[in-house]
Write a protein that binds this ligand. Structure first.
Ligand code: PGA
Ligand code: ZN
Length: 442
């Protein structure tokens, strides 16, 4: 689209006609490193009118089996096989020529074109990492050409609420060497109705927790998502430490601040014996029913408002039992279960499984499909949580996206790649045109 812009002097005399042409002129990609020092992709899109913007994509560690596939070179001589040079070549030789001349405002057509070029169910030809980096950069450059903040471009005038942050303060599972199988222990300041106060709470509890751990002789080194990784022995011990920290920081657990878990249960499920092997903590093997009993005890004893991936991605029977047992008590969030894919979510809706979904754009690989999944979830009363990955960049796209959602999960308030998201939300909160922001308290 060609937008004619007029810059007027003193309201009347025209001094310049600028041509804001949103036709895609050039796409350039490069290999950069993520927060774990692994290669990832950064893509820059330039429009005929001169606007330019870039986006980079994250990578997971506990990736779902049904996620869209990242393209990795597999050359052991570079980055242990994790290089992304082929994916970048695909952007330059296949994607860029096809998108050149298209209108950056036509996000759905652009994403559709990339899906056609790829032609595979899990985007393994061009790679979800390549496709998503272009998809996000196109949205950002379109917003820029229109002189809109990204969140306004994505959601229009309806974007008037900031999300409630979920801070992952203890990193275990595959994200640290802590001897606990559940991957994440979060605090959720749901009872604090202002984003910047909720972020302050996250920071104060994080520091109180550091003090509490140090005073008991535990390590305060942090894991992949910025949370501590102490040698605590059980989920209960971790939850007790979190309650102590919340109180020491001066907040009321269960009123202002709640707890949340991401068990990431696919990472310790064995399909052969259909049991959950808690190898890091005591080497126990639990059936789905026993694991659900453990969750029920935790929910009984602690102010837990959310359990993510409580069962494994292929244990739909376990998920069904879990939903029957706890869906009235807390959010049951499908991450590896739904992989931000409308087809998996549809199956969950039909079978009455889970009541919330994690939204990770790189699990599905385009912005359009991400938005479709969010819309499907919302229209069936599934709560959405926009989420980072454990391997991140300083790109803050998901912060803008999270205004479409009641929650954002972006790690602890520690490490630059995590703070990039929370600080962007502070910036959004301070943009004058935006009304007062509140997140839901129920
Ligand atoms: P991942 O972990 O990015 O390593 O997959 C995040 C999560 O499971 O929520
Ligand atoms: Zn998860």
């Amino acid at each position: 689209m060609r937008l004619l812009t007029v810059i007027a002097q003193k309201g009347t005399k025209m001094i310049c006609w600028g041509d804001m042409d949103t036709t895609i002129r050039q796409i350039r990609a490069r290999e950069i490193l993520d927060s774990r020092g692994n290669p990832t992709i950064e893509t820059e899109v330039e429009l005929a009118g001169g606007s330019r913007a870039r986006a980079s994509v994250p990578g997971g560690a506990s990736t779902g089996q049904h996620e869209a596939k990242e393209a990795r070179d597999g050359d052991p001589a570079r980055f242990g096989g994790k290089g992304v040079q082929h994916a970048i070549a695909g952007i330059h030789t296949t994607i860029a020529p096809a998108l050149a001349g298209m209108d950056a405002l036509e996000q759905r057509a652009i994403d559709g074109c990339m899906l056609e070029l790829d032609g595979t169910a899990q985007k393994e030809r061009l790679g979800a990492n390549a496709i998503l980096s272009v998809s996000l950069a196109v949205a950002r450059v379109a917003a820029q050409a229109l002189r809109l903040p990204l969140f306004r471009y994505l959601g229009g005038v309806g974007m008037h609420r900031l999300p409630c942050p979920m801070f992952n303060l203890i990193n275990a599972g595959m994200h640290s060497d802590a001897p606990i199988d559940f991957q994440e222990f979060m605090i959720v300041p749901r009872g604090i109705s202002n984003f910047s106060e909720a972020l302050r709470c996250g920071s104060e509890v994080f520091h109180a927790l550091g003090e509490a751990l140090r005073s008991k002789g535990f390590s305060t080194a942090v894991g992949d998502e910025g949370g501590y990784a102490p040698a605590l022995r059980s989920a209960q011990e971790v939850l007790d430490m979190l309650l102590t920290a919340i109180c020491r920081a001066g907040y009321r657990p269960g009123e202002e601040v709640f707890l949340a878990l991401d068990a990431a249960a696919s990472t310790f499920y064995d399909e052969n014996d259909r049991r959950y092997h808690l190898r890091k903590s005591g080497n126990k093997a639990l059936s789905s029913a026993e694991l659900i009993t453990l969750y029920a005890e935790l929910v009984e004893g602690y102010p837990i408002c959310s359990i993510e991936d409580g069962c494994a991605e292929d244990d739909w029977e376990g998920w069904s039992q879990l939903t029957r047992a706890l869906s009235k008590r807390c959010m049951l969030v499908g991450d590896d279960l739904f992989v931000t894919n409308p087809l998996f979510l549809q199956r969950g809706i039909e079978q009455g499984i889970a009541n919330a979904i994690l939204i990770k754009p790189n699990q599905i690989g385009t912005l359009t499909e991400t938005l479709d999944t969010m819309q499907l979830a919302t229209s069936h009363a599934y709560t959405t949580i926009v989420s980072h990955r454990s391997g991140e960049t300083i790109d803050s796209f998901i912060a803008d996206l999270s205004l479409l959602s009641p929650f954002i999960k972006a790690g602890a308030p520690s490490r630059g790649e995590r703070l990039a998201k929370y600080n962007r939300l502070l910036e959004i909160a301070s943009i004058k045109q935006c009304p007062h922001y509140q997140h839901p308290t129920s």
